[in-house]
Design a protein around this ligand. Structure first.
Ligand code: ACO
Length: 431
Protein backbone atom coordinates (compact mmCIF):
# COMPACT_ATOMS: atom_id res chain seq x y z
CA UNK A 1 0.00 0.00 0.00
CA UNK A 2 1.45 3.38 -0.93
CA UNK A 3 1.14 6.53 1.17
CA UNK A 4 -0.22 8.45 -1.82
CA UNK A 5 -3.59 10.01 -1.30
CA UNK A 6 -6.36 11.01 -3.63
CA UNK A 7 -8.12 14.21 -2.66
CA UNK A 8 -11.76 14.62 -3.46
CA UNK A 9 -13.66 17.86 -3.05
CA UNK A 10 -17.43 18.13 -3.26
CA UNK A 11 -17.84 21.55 -4.87
CA UNK A 12 -21.44 21.80 -3.63
CA UNK A 13 -20.75 21.22 0.07
CA UNK A 14 -17.10 22.33 0.06
CA UNK A 15 -16.16 19.14 1.95
CA UNK A 16 -12.75 17.70 1.07
CA UNK A 17 -11.64 14.19 1.93
CA UNK A 18 -8.57 12.12 1.20
CA UNK A 19 -8.62 8.53 -0.01
CA UNK A 20 -5.79 6.01 0.08
CA UNK A 21 -4.22 5.04 -3.22
CA UNK A 22 -3.28 1.36 -3.40
CA UNK A 23 -0.41 0.27 -5.60
CA UNK A 24 -0.70 -3.17 -7.20
CA UNK A 25 2.46 -5.16 -8.01
CA UNK A 26 2.02 -3.93 -11.60
CA UNK A 27 -0.70 -1.94 -13.31
CA UNK A 28 -2.58 1.26 -12.54
CA UNK A 29 -2.96 2.56 -9.01
CA UNK A 30 -6.37 2.11 -7.39
CA UNK A 31 -8.21 4.70 -5.33
CA UNK A 32 -9.92 3.20 -2.29
CA UNK A 33 -13.34 4.86 -2.14
CA UNK A 34 -14.92 2.32 0.22
CA UNK A 35 -15.69 5.08 2.79
CA UNK A 36 -17.10 7.53 0.22
CA UNK A 37 -20.71 6.98 1.30
CA UNK A 38 -19.81 7.46 4.95
CA UNK A 39 -17.80 10.60 4.11
CA UNK A 40 -20.03 12.25 1.50
CA UNK A 41 -23.33 10.33 1.52
CA UNK A 42 -22.74 9.47 -2.16
CA UNK A 43 -22.15 6.37 -4.25
CA UNK A 44 -19.92 6.14 -7.32
CA UNK A 45 -21.56 5.41 -10.67
CA UNK A 46 -19.69 3.10 -13.03
CA UNK A 47 -21.99 0.90 -15.14
CA UNK A 48 -20.14 -2.02 -16.66
CA UNK A 49 -17.27 -1.54 -14.17
CA UNK A 50 -15.32 0.62 -16.63
CA UNK A 51 -12.99 1.93 -13.92
CA UNK A 52 -13.86 -0.11 -10.86
CA UNK A 53 -11.66 -2.80 -9.31
CA UNK A 54 -14.16 -5.14 -7.67
CA UNK A 55 -11.59 -7.10 -5.64
CA UNK A 56 -7.95 -7.66 -4.83
CA UNK A 57 -6.43 -10.60 -6.71
CA UNK A 58 -3.11 -12.37 -7.24
CA UNK A 59 -4.17 -14.72 -10.03
CA UNK A 60 -3.99 -13.03 -13.44
CA UNK A 61 -2.73 -9.71 -14.75
CA UNK A 62 -3.69 -8.07 -18.04
CA UNK A 63 -2.23 -4.93 -19.58
CA UNK A 64 -4.75 -4.27 -22.30
CA UNK A 65 -2.77 -1.51 -24.00
CA UNK A 66 0.45 -3.49 -24.19
CA UNK A 67 -1.28 -6.80 -25.01
CA UNK A 68 0.16 -8.53 -21.93
CA UNK A 69 -1.49 -11.50 -20.19
CA UNK A 70 0.21 -13.11 -17.18
CA UNK A 71 -1.02 -16.12 -15.17
CA UNK A 72 0.54 -15.83 -11.71
CA UNK A 73 3.24 -13.68 -13.35
CA UNK A 74 4.05 -16.05 -16.22
CA UNK A 75 3.49 -14.67 -19.76
CA UNK A 76 0.81 -16.49 -21.73
CA UNK A 77 3.24 -16.92 -24.65
CA UNK A 78 5.64 -18.97 -22.47
CA UNK A 79 2.88 -21.07 -20.96
CA UNK A 80 1.39 -21.71 -24.40
CA UNK A 81 4.75 -22.86 -25.72
CA UNK A 82 6.09 -24.82 -22.74
CA UNK A 83 3.28 -25.85 -20.42
CA UNK A 84 0.05 -27.83 -20.63
CA UNK A 85 -3.47 -27.20 -19.42
CA UNK A 86 -3.26 -29.29 -16.27
CA UNK A 87 -0.01 -27.68 -15.19
CA UNK A 88 -1.58 -24.26 -15.88
CA UNK A 89 -4.59 -25.30 -13.78
CA UNK A 90 -2.24 -26.23 -10.93
CA UNK A 91 -0.48 -22.88 -11.29
CA UNK A 92 -3.76 -20.95 -11.21
CA UNK A 93 -5.05 -22.83 -8.17
CA UNK A 94 -1.83 -22.84 -6.14
CA UNK A 95 0.07 -19.76 -7.25
CA UNK A 96 3.29 -21.60 -8.19
CA UNK A 97 4.36 -24.08 -10.85
CA UNK A 98 4.41 -27.61 -9.40
CA UNK A 99 7.50 -29.70 -8.66
CA UNK A 100 7.54 -33.10 -10.40
CA UNK A 101 6.12 -34.76 -7.30
CA UNK A 102 3.43 -32.16 -6.80
CA UNK A 103 2.40 -32.40 -10.44
CA UNK A 104 2.24 -36.15 -10.41
CA UNK A 105 0.04 -36.11 -7.28
CA UNK A 106 -2.19 -33.46 -8.83
CA UNK A 107 -2.56 -35.44 -12.07
CA UNK A 108 -3.30 -38.58 -10.10
CA UNK A 109 -6.01 -36.80 -8.13
CA UNK A 110 -7.58 -35.35 -11.29
CA UNK A 111 -7.50 -38.73 -13.02
CA UNK A 112 -9.21 -40.38 -10.04
CA UNK A 113 -12.13 -37.94 -10.15
CA UNK A 114 -13.10 -38.13 -13.82
CA UNK A 115 -16.19 -40.35 -13.48
CA UNK A 116 -19.71 -39.02 -12.99
CA UNK A 117 -22.06 -40.45 -10.42
CA UNK A 118 -24.45 -42.67 -12.43
CA UNK A 119 -27.50 -40.88 -11.05
CA UNK A 120 -26.08 -37.58 -12.26
CA UNK A 121 -25.49 -39.14 -15.67
CA UNK A 122 -29.13 -40.21 -15.84
CA UNK A 123 -30.17 -36.57 -15.52
CA UNK A 124 -29.17 -36.02 -19.16
CA UNK A 125 -32.08 -38.25 -20.18
CA UNK A 126 -34.43 -35.56 -18.95
CA UNK A 127 -33.22 -33.17 -21.66
CA UNK A 128 -34.49 -33.08 -25.24
CA UNK A 129 -31.92 -34.15 -27.82
CA UNK A 130 -31.85 -30.56 -29.13
CA UNK A 131 -31.23 -28.89 -25.74
CA UNK A 132 -28.32 -26.46 -25.97
CA UNK A 133 -25.30 -28.16 -24.36
CA UNK A 134 -24.58 -25.02 -22.29
CA UNK A 135 -28.02 -25.45 -20.67
CA UNK A 136 -27.17 -29.07 -19.86
CA UNK A 137 -23.69 -28.24 -18.55
CA UNK A 138 -24.99 -25.41 -16.34
CA UNK A 139 -27.70 -27.71 -14.94
CA UNK A 140 -25.41 -30.70 -14.33
CA UNK A 141 -22.71 -28.56 -12.67
CA UNK A 142 -25.35 -26.99 -10.40
CA UNK A 143 -26.70 -30.46 -9.62
CA UNK A 144 -23.31 -31.54 -8.33
CA UNK A 145 -24.22 -29.44 -5.28
CA UNK A 146 -26.88 -32.06 -4.53
CA UNK A 147 -24.34 -34.89 -4.77
CA UNK A 148 -21.41 -33.45 -2.83
CA UNK A 149 -23.16 -30.96 -0.57
CA UNK A 150 -22.34 -32.82 2.64
CA UNK A 151 -18.60 -32.82 1.93
CA UNK A 152 -18.34 -29.20 0.89
CA UNK A 153 -17.59 -27.13 3.93
CA UNK A 154 -16.28 -24.03 2.18
CA UNK A 155 -14.36 -23.01 5.30
CA UNK A 156 -12.37 -26.25 5.31
CA UNK A 157 -9.27 -26.01 3.07
CA UNK A 158 -9.20 -29.76 2.32
CA UNK A 159 -12.87 -29.72 1.30
CA UNK A 160 -12.14 -26.80 -0.99
CA UNK A 161 -9.27 -28.71 -2.56
CA UNK A 162 -11.44 -31.78 -3.16
CA UNK A 163 -14.07 -29.56 -4.78
CA UNK A 164 -11.43 -27.95 -7.00
CA UNK A 165 -10.03 -31.28 -8.21
CA UNK A 166 -13.46 -32.80 -8.62
CA UNK A 167 -14.89 -30.09 -10.85
CA UNK A 168 -11.75 -29.75 -12.98
CA UNK A 169 -11.66 -33.55 -13.41
CA UNK A 170 -15.35 -33.96 -14.18
CA UNK A 171 -16.04 -31.00 -16.44
CA UNK A 172 -14.72 -32.80 -19.59
CA UNK A 173 -16.93 -35.79 -18.71
CA UNK A 174 -19.92 -33.48 -18.20
CA UNK A 175 -19.25 -31.74 -21.54
CA UNK A 176 -18.79 -35.02 -23.41
CA UNK A 177 -21.99 -36.47 -21.93
CA UNK A 178 -23.90 -33.39 -23.18
CA UNK A 179 -22.45 -33.93 -26.65
CA UNK A 180 -23.25 -37.65 -26.73
CA UNK A 181 -26.77 -36.96 -25.49
CA UNK A 182 -27.37 -34.52 -28.36
CA UNK A 183 -26.08 -37.12 -30.85
CA UNK A 184 -28.08 -39.94 -29.33
CA UNK A 185 -24.87 -41.95 -28.94
CA UNK A 186 -23.91 -43.97 -25.86
CA UNK A 187 -22.00 -42.18 -23.16
CA UNK A 188 -18.27 -43.02 -23.24
CA UNK A 189 -16.58 -43.47 -19.88
CA UNK A 190 -13.35 -41.55 -19.22
CA UNK A 191 -9.99 -43.26 -19.70
CA UNK A 192 -7.60 -42.38 -16.93
CA UNK A 193 -4.55 -43.56 -18.89
CA UNK A 194 -5.02 -40.67 -21.33
CA UNK A 195 -4.02 -37.12 -20.56
CA UNK A 196 -6.62 -34.41 -20.00
CA UNK A 197 -7.38 -33.29 -23.56
CA UNK A 198 -6.79 -36.70 -25.15
CA UNK A 199 -9.33 -38.16 -22.71
CA UNK A 200 -11.76 -35.41 -23.64
CA UNK A 201 -11.40 -36.20 -27.37
CA UNK A 202 -11.86 -39.89 -26.58
CA UNK A 203 -15.08 -39.23 -24.64
CA UNK A 204 -16.36 -37.03 -27.50
CA UNK A 205 -15.48 -39.14 -30.51
CA UNK A 206 -15.10 -42.79 -29.46
CA UNK A 207 -18.02 -45.16 -30.00
CA UNK A 208 -18.33 -48.60 -28.39
CA UNK A 209 -18.30 -50.47 -31.71
CA UNK A 210 -14.85 -49.53 -32.99
CA UNK A 211 -11.44 -48.40 -31.73
CA UNK A 212 -10.66 -44.68 -31.60
CA UNK A 213 -7.17 -43.27 -31.80
CA UNK A 214 -6.57 -39.77 -30.46
CA UNK A 215 -4.59 -37.64 -32.92
CA UNK A 216 -1.72 -36.05 -30.90
CA UNK A 217 -1.91 -32.77 -32.87
CA UNK A 218 -5.63 -32.51 -32.13
CA UNK A 219 -4.96 -33.09 -28.43
CA UNK A 220 -2.15 -30.52 -28.55
CA UNK A 221 -4.33 -27.92 -30.33
CA UNK A 222 -7.09 -28.43 -27.80
CA UNK A 223 -4.65 -28.20 -24.93
CA UNK A 224 -3.34 -24.91 -26.31
CA UNK A 225 -6.87 -23.53 -26.59
CA UNK A 226 -7.53 -24.59 -23.00
CA UNK A 227 -4.36 -22.83 -21.77
CA UNK A 228 -5.35 -19.63 -23.59
CA UNK A 229 -8.87 -19.70 -22.15
CA UNK A 230 -7.96 -20.86 -18.63
CA UNK A 231 -8.26 -17.47 -16.97
CA UNK A 232 -8.80 -13.81 -17.75
CA UNK A 233 -8.98 -12.02 -14.41
CA UNK A 234 -12.30 -10.32 -13.50
CA UNK A 235 -14.22 -11.00 -16.74
CA UNK A 236 -18.04 -11.28 -16.64
CA UNK A 237 -18.23 -15.01 -15.87
CA UNK A 238 -15.45 -14.96 -13.25
CA UNK A 239 -17.03 -11.93 -11.59
CA UNK A 240 -20.30 -13.86 -11.61
CA UNK A 241 -18.63 -16.81 -9.86
CA UNK A 242 -17.18 -14.43 -7.29
CA UNK A 243 -20.47 -12.59 -6.77
CA UNK A 244 -22.49 -15.79 -6.40
CA UNK A 245 -19.76 -17.40 -4.28
CA UNK A 246 -19.55 -14.36 -1.99
CA UNK A 247 -22.92 -15.34 -0.54
CA UNK A 248 -21.32 -18.53 0.78
CA UNK A 249 -23.36 -20.68 -1.64
CA UNK A 250 -22.32 -24.16 -2.63
CA UNK A 251 -19.26 -23.83 -4.94
CA UNK A 252 -20.82 -25.98 -7.69
CA UNK A 253 -23.73 -23.52 -7.76
CA UNK A 254 -21.25 -20.64 -8.09
CA UNK A 255 -19.45 -22.36 -10.99
CA UNK A 256 -22.79 -23.07 -12.65
CA UNK A 257 -23.57 -19.33 -12.43
CA UNK A 258 -20.26 -18.72 -14.23
CA UNK A 259 -21.22 -21.20 -16.98
CA UNK A 260 -24.49 -19.31 -17.51
CA UNK A 261 -22.77 -15.93 -17.64
CA UNK A 262 -20.24 -17.23 -20.14
CA UNK A 263 -22.99 -18.33 -22.52
CA UNK A 264 -23.81 -14.83 -23.83
CA UNK A 265 -22.57 -13.80 -27.30
CA UNK A 266 -20.70 -10.81 -25.87
CA UNK A 267 -18.57 -13.24 -23.82
CA UNK A 268 -18.00 -16.99 -24.38
CA UNK A 269 -20.77 -17.31 -26.93
CA UNK A 270 -18.72 -15.20 -29.35
CA UNK A 271 -16.85 -18.22 -30.79
CA UNK A 272 -20.15 -19.75 -31.88
CA UNK A 273 -21.36 -16.38 -33.15
CA UNK A 274 -18.18 -15.92 -35.25
CA UNK A 275 -18.90 -19.03 -37.30
CA UNK A 276 -22.58 -18.07 -37.65
CA UNK A 277 -21.38 -14.70 -38.93
CA UNK A 278 -18.86 -16.20 -41.38
CA UNK A 279 -21.56 -18.48 -42.69
CA UNK A 280 -23.93 -15.53 -43.07
CA UNK A 281 -21.31 -13.53 -45.00
CA UNK A 282 -20.70 -16.58 -47.20
CA UNK A 283 -17.89 -15.33 -49.45
CA UNK A 284 -15.05 -12.79 -49.49
CA UNK A 285 -16.80 -10.52 -52.02
CA UNK A 286 -19.62 -9.94 -49.49
CA UNK A 287 -17.21 -8.65 -46.80
CA UNK A 288 -17.46 -4.91 -47.69
CA UNK A 289 -21.26 -5.12 -47.67
CA UNK A 290 -21.21 -6.82 -44.27
CA UNK A 291 -18.77 -4.28 -42.82
CA UNK A 292 -21.02 -1.47 -44.01
CA UNK A 293 -23.80 -3.00 -41.88
CA UNK A 294 -21.45 -3.34 -38.89
CA UNK A 295 -20.58 0.37 -39.14
CA UNK A 296 -24.20 1.45 -39.53
CA UNK A 297 -25.40 2.59 -36.09
CA UNK A 298 -29.00 1.88 -37.09
CA UNK A 299 -28.07 -1.77 -37.55
CA UNK A 300 -27.34 -3.85 -34.45
CA UNK A 301 -24.85 -6.13 -36.27
CA UNK A 302 -21.39 -6.39 -34.68
CA UNK A 303 -18.26 -7.92 -36.06
CA UNK A 304 -18.17 -10.96 -33.81
CA UNK A 305 -14.72 -11.96 -32.55
CA UNK A 306 -13.58 -8.34 -32.74
CA UNK A 307 -13.13 -5.96 -29.83
CA UNK A 308 -12.43 -6.50 -26.19
CA UNK A 309 -13.20 -4.59 -23.04
CA UNK A 310 -9.58 -4.69 -21.93
CA UNK A 311 -7.36 -5.29 -24.99
CA UNK A 312 -7.23 -2.08 -26.97
CA UNK A 313 -4.16 -2.91 -29.04
CA UNK A 314 -4.12 -6.63 -29.67
CA UNK A 315 -5.21 -9.79 -27.88
CA UNK A 316 -2.02 -11.83 -27.23
CA UNK A 317 -4.09 -15.03 -27.24
CA UNK A 318 -5.33 -14.24 -30.75
CA UNK A 319 -1.75 -14.14 -32.09
CA UNK A 320 -0.94 -17.56 -30.62
CA UNK A 321 -4.11 -19.15 -31.81
CA UNK A 322 -3.91 -17.73 -35.33
CA UNK A 323 -0.62 -19.56 -35.75
CA UNK A 324 -2.12 -22.80 -34.36
CA UNK A 325 -5.00 -22.44 -36.81
CA UNK A 326 -2.53 -22.61 -39.70
CA UNK A 327 -0.82 -25.69 -38.22
CA UNK A 328 -4.03 -27.61 -37.57
CA UNK A 329 -5.49 -26.82 -40.98
CA UNK A 330 -2.18 -27.70 -42.70
CA UNK A 331 -2.02 -31.05 -40.89
CA UNK A 332 -5.60 -31.80 -41.87
CA UNK A 333 -4.72 -30.90 -45.48
CA UNK A 334 -7.38 -28.22 -45.16
CA UNK A 335 -5.30 -25.12 -45.95
CA UNK A 336 -8.01 -23.96 -48.32
CA UNK A 337 -10.62 -24.13 -45.56
CA UNK A 338 -13.18 -21.59 -46.87
CA UNK A 339 -14.15 -20.37 -43.38
CA UNK A 340 -10.53 -19.69 -42.45
CA UNK A 341 -9.89 -17.92 -45.77
CA UNK A 342 -12.97 -15.80 -45.24
CA UNK A 343 -11.93 -15.03 -41.66
CA UNK A 344 -8.46 -13.91 -42.83
CA UNK A 345 -9.97 -11.73 -45.55
CA UNK A 346 -12.42 -10.17 -43.09
CA UNK A 347 -9.61 -9.59 -40.61
CA UNK A 348 -7.40 -7.98 -43.29
CA UNK A 349 -10.11 -5.58 -44.45
CA UNK A 350 -11.33 -4.71 -40.94
CA UNK A 351 -7.83 -3.98 -39.64
CA UNK A 352 -7.35 -1.34 -42.36
CA UNK A 353 -10.74 0.24 -41.83
CA UNK A 354 -10.93 3.62 -40.05
CA UNK A 355 -13.99 2.55 -38.04
CA UNK A 356 -12.08 -0.30 -36.38
CA UNK A 357 -8.80 1.63 -36.12
CA UNK A 358 -10.47 4.59 -34.41
CA UNK A 359 -12.21 2.32 -31.86
CA UNK A 360 -9.15 0.12 -31.32
CA UNK A 361 -11.04 -3.00 -32.35
CA UNK A 362 -8.85 -6.03 -33.03
CA UNK A 363 -9.54 -9.74 -33.42
CA UNK A 364 -9.91 -11.44 -30.06
CA UNK A 365 -9.11 -15.07 -29.21
CA UNK A 366 -12.54 -16.22 -30.31
CA UNK A 367 -12.17 -14.89 -33.81
CA UNK A 368 -10.06 -18.01 -34.50
CA UNK A 369 -10.94 -20.60 -31.85
CA UNK A 370 -14.15 -21.73 -33.57
CA UNK A 371 -12.26 -22.44 -36.78
CA UNK A 372 -9.94 -24.81 -34.91
CA UNK A 373 -12.81 -26.46 -33.06
CA UNK A 374 -14.61 -27.00 -36.39
CA UNK A 375 -11.50 -28.48 -37.95
CA UNK A 376 -11.28 -30.91 -34.99
CA UNK A 377 -14.87 -32.01 -35.64
CA UNK A 378 -16.37 -30.24 -32.63
CA UNK A 379 -19.81 -28.88 -33.54
CA UNK A 380 -20.64 -25.22 -33.21
CA UNK A 381 -23.11 -25.70 -30.37
CA UNK A 382 -20.24 -27.14 -28.29
CA UNK A 383 -17.82 -24.21 -28.78
CA UNK A 384 -18.91 -22.30 -25.69
CA UNK A 385 -18.83 -25.52 -23.70
CA UNK A 386 -15.16 -25.88 -24.69
CA UNK A 387 -14.57 -22.39 -23.36
CA UNK A 388 -16.38 -23.25 -20.10
CA UNK A 389 -14.31 -26.39 -19.75
CA UNK A 390 -11.08 -24.43 -20.00
CA UNK A 391 -12.25 -21.50 -17.87
CA UNK A 392 -13.28 -23.81 -15.01
CA UNK A 393 -9.66 -23.73 -13.78
CA UNK A 394 -9.77 -19.91 -13.59
CA UNK A 395 -13.21 -19.78 -11.98
CA UNK A 396 -12.09 -22.22 -9.31
CA UNK A 397 -8.83 -20.32 -8.70
CA UNK A 398 -10.77 -17.08 -8.16
CA UNK A 399 -13.36 -18.75 -5.94
CA UNK A 400 -10.59 -20.30 -3.81
CA UNK A 401 -8.79 -16.97 -3.55
CA UNK A 402 -11.99 -15.22 -2.48
CA UNK A 403 -13.16 -17.80 0.06
CA UNK A 404 -9.72 -18.07 1.68
CA UNK A 405 -9.57 -14.29 2.17
CA UNK A 406 -10.60 -13.46 5.77
CA UNK A 407 -11.73 -10.01 4.59
CA UNK A 408 -14.27 -11.49 2.15
CA UNK A 409 -17.60 -9.65 2.09
CA UNK A 410 -20.81 -10.44 0.28
CA UNK A 411 -20.73 -8.55 -3.06
CA UNK A 412 -23.52 -6.04 -3.06
CA UNK A 413 -23.34 -3.18 -5.60
CA UNK A 414 -25.29 0.04 -5.10
CA UNK A 415 -27.40 1.82 -7.71
CA UNK A 416 -28.44 5.16 -9.13
CA UNK A 417 -32.19 4.93 -8.58
CA UNK A 418 -34.32 6.76 -11.17
CA UNK A 419 -37.67 5.13 -10.50
CA UNK A 420 -40.65 6.85 -8.89
CA UNK A 421 -40.18 8.37 -5.45
CA UNK A 422 -42.51 7.14 -2.71
CA UNK A 423 -46.21 7.34 -3.67
CA UNK A 424 -49.46 5.97 -2.31
CA UNK A 425 -51.16 2.82 -3.50
CA UNK A 426 -54.32 3.48 -5.56
CA UNK A 427 -57.13 0.89 -5.49
CA UNK A 428 -57.79 -0.76 -8.88
CA UNK A 429 -61.11 1.01 -9.48
CA UNK A 430 -59.43 4.36 -8.99
CA UNK A 431 -56.59 3.87 -11.60
N1 ACO B 1 -18.15 -4.66 -34.01
C1 ACO B 1 -18.48 -3.39 -34.32
N2 ACO B 1 -18.37 -2.35 -33.47
C2 ACO B 1 -17.90 -2.62 -32.25
C3 ACO B 1 -17.52 -3.93 -31.86
C4 ACO B 1 -17.66 -4.97 -32.80
N3 ACO B 1 -17.33 -6.22 -32.49
N4 ACO B 1 -17.08 -3.91 -30.59
C5 ACO B 1 -17.18 -2.63 -30.18
N5 ACO B 1 -17.67 -1.85 -31.20
C6 ACO B 1 -17.86 -0.41 -31.19
C7 ACO B 1 -19.13 -0.02 -30.42
O1 ACO B 1 -20.24 0.07 -31.28
C8 ACO B 1 -18.70 1.33 -29.88
O2 ACO B 1 -18.77 2.26 -30.94
P1 ACO B 1 -19.22 3.81 -30.64
O3 ACO B 1 -18.12 4.35 -29.76
O4 ACO B 1 -19.31 4.43 -31.98
O5 ACO B 1 -20.54 3.71 -29.91
C9 ACO B 1 -17.23 1.17 -29.54
O6 ACO B 1 -16.76 0.15 -30.46
C10 ACO B 1 -16.96 0.71 -28.12
O7 ACO B 1 -17.72 -0.46 -27.88
P2 ACO B 1 -18.26 -0.92 -26.48
O8 ACO B 1 -19.44 -1.84 -26.70
O9 ACO B 1 -18.46 0.27 -25.60
O10 ACO B 1 -17.02 -1.74 -25.93
P3 ACO B 1 -17.04 -2.74 -24.74
O11 ACO B 1 -15.67 -2.72 -24.18
O12 ACO B 1 -18.18 -2.47 -23.82
O13 ACO B 1 -17.35 -4.16 -25.44
C11 ACO B 1 -17.14 -6.31 -26.35
C12 ACO B 1 -16.44 -5.19 -25.58
C13 ACO B 1 -18.45 -6.70 -25.65
C14 ACO B 1 -16.23 -7.54 -26.38
C15 ACO B 1 -17.46 -5.81 -27.78
O14 ACO B 1 -16.26 -5.43 -28.42
C16 ACO B 1 -18.20 -6.86 -28.61
O15 ACO B 1 -19.43 -6.94 -28.52
N6 ACO B 1 -17.47 -7.66 -29.44
C17 ACO B 1 -18.07 -8.71 -30.20
C18 ACO B 1 -18.33 -9.92 -29.34
C19 ACO B 1 -17.06 -10.66 -28.98
O16 ACO B 1 -16.24 -10.95 -29.83
N7 ACO B 1 -16.97 -11.04 -27.71
C20 ACO B 1 -15.83 -11.84 -27.20
C21 ACO B 1 -15.08 -11.07 -26.20
S1 ACO B 1 -13.60 -11.92 -25.80
C22 ACO B 1 -14.05 -13.16 -24.80
O17 ACO B 1 -15.04 -13.19 -24.13
C23 ACO B 1 -13.12 -14.27 -24.82
Amino acid sequence: MSQNKFQLKNLASGKTTEYAIHQGSVGPEVVDISTLYRDHGMFTFDPGFMATASCESRVTYIDGDAGVLLYRGYPIEQLAEKSNHLEVAYLLLNGELPSEDEFSQFKHSIHRHTMLNESLRKMYDGFHHDAHPMAMVAAIVASMAAFYHDTTDIYNARHREIFAHRIIAKIPTIAAAAYKHALGQPFIYPRNDLDYTANMLHMFFAVPCEPYRVDPLHAKALDLLFILHADHEQNASTSTVRLAGSTGCNPYAAISAGVSALWGPAHGGANEAVLDMLEEIGSADKVPQFLARVKDKQDSVRLMGFGHRVYKNFDPRARIIREMCHRVLAQLGDTNNPMFELALRLEEIALKDDYFIARKLYPNVDFYSGIIYSALGIPRSMFTVMFALARTAGWVAHWLEMIADPAMKISRPRQLYRGPAQRDYVAIEGR
